[in-house]
Ligand binder design. Structure first.
Ligand SMILES: Nc1ncnc2c1ncn2[C@@H]1O[C@H](COP(=O)(O)OP(=O)(O)OP(=O)(O)O)[C@@H](O)[C@H]1O
Ligand SMILES: [Mg+2]
Length: 237
């Protein structure tokens, strides 16, 4: 619908979040938004808070104050169960540490993304065929995907499984935390081809973290976290 185009895919206002503990870290973001369908590359030095920002957007952690909206839904309005359901349906996440189930096959890991996500499931006729299409496009042999436990895959292969899991069912928002860090240049290029093709086809919004500014040419916008966030590091208590 026309009016939906005005709703940002992601919107943060006056958000504060603190990691407490041995090395306290406080992140303040006054105003940051991503338009629907936009592709954004988030840059910033190690420890600057990129993964923390992604966790806030995914509703994995909640801010002490401020407002975070994803696709017009205010995350603070959802119970924690509803937030998990919302994430499953609307956000395809590629975590920095992949978070695969190590004893399950790659295929089952990909299909699991649909388990709690009826909206994503509803976009697919044959989940198994779609999972294999994605893993195939990412260069993973079917025999490996179907038979081997995820723990038997190389780091680069596990990363591709995590990517297929994030893409299946065309979630509105794809959030990727350094998804290309374990891939060689060729694999990196084909990964980005697939990611962008998939995002475009589904009109998904894409937020990706990388250290590698050279990837920037493919994205609508480059954001340096240092320019949108204020960070404070405390002393050990
Ligand atoms: N789970 C956690 N518990 C406590 N503190 C944390 C946790 N995760 C992050 N931090 C703190 O927040 C800071 C920012 O971490 P974050 O992981 O967001 O950075 P990053 O920009 O993603 O770094 P990298 O590029 O190395 O992945 C860290 O320096 C650390 O002090
Ligand atoms: Mg990180």
């Amino acid at each position: 619908m026309k009016e939906n185009t005005a709703i940002n895919a992601v919107q943060l206002r006056d958000v504060s979040f603190t990691w407490t503990g041995r090395s306290p870290f406080r992140l303040d973001i006054e105003d940051f938004s991503i338009a629907s369908g936009e592709t954004v590359l988030l840059l910033g030095e190690s420890g600057s808070g990129k993964s923390t920002l992604l966790s806030l957007i995914c509703g994995v952690i909640a801010p002490e104050q401020g407002d975070i909206q994803v696709g017009g839904t205010r995350l603070a309005d959802l119970s924690s169960g509803a937030r998990d359901q919302f994430r499953a349906n609307h956000i395809g996440v590629i975590f920095q540490q992949f978070n695969l189930l190590s004893y399950a096959t790659a295929l089952d890991n990909v299909l699991l993304a649909l388990h709690f996500a009826p909206e994503r499931r509803g976009r697919i006729g044959n989940p198994r065929a779609e999972a294999l299409r994605l893993t195939d496009a990412l260069g993973l042999p079917d025999s490996l995907v179907i038979n081997a436990p995820a723990s038997a895959l190389s780091v680069g292969q596990q990363q591709r499984v995590a990517v297929a899991r994030a893409l299946i069912g065309a979630p509105a928002l794809i959030v990727a935390d350094e998804p290309t860090s374990s891939l060689d240049a060729d694999a990196q290029a084909s990964f980005l081809d697939l990611l962008f093709a998939q995002a475009k086809e589904a009109n998904s919004t894409l937020l990706m973290v990388s250290h590698d500014e050279r990837l920037g040419a493919r994205f609508d916008r480059l954001v340096d976290l240092g320019n949108v966030a204020h960070v404070e590091r405390g002393q050990a208590a």
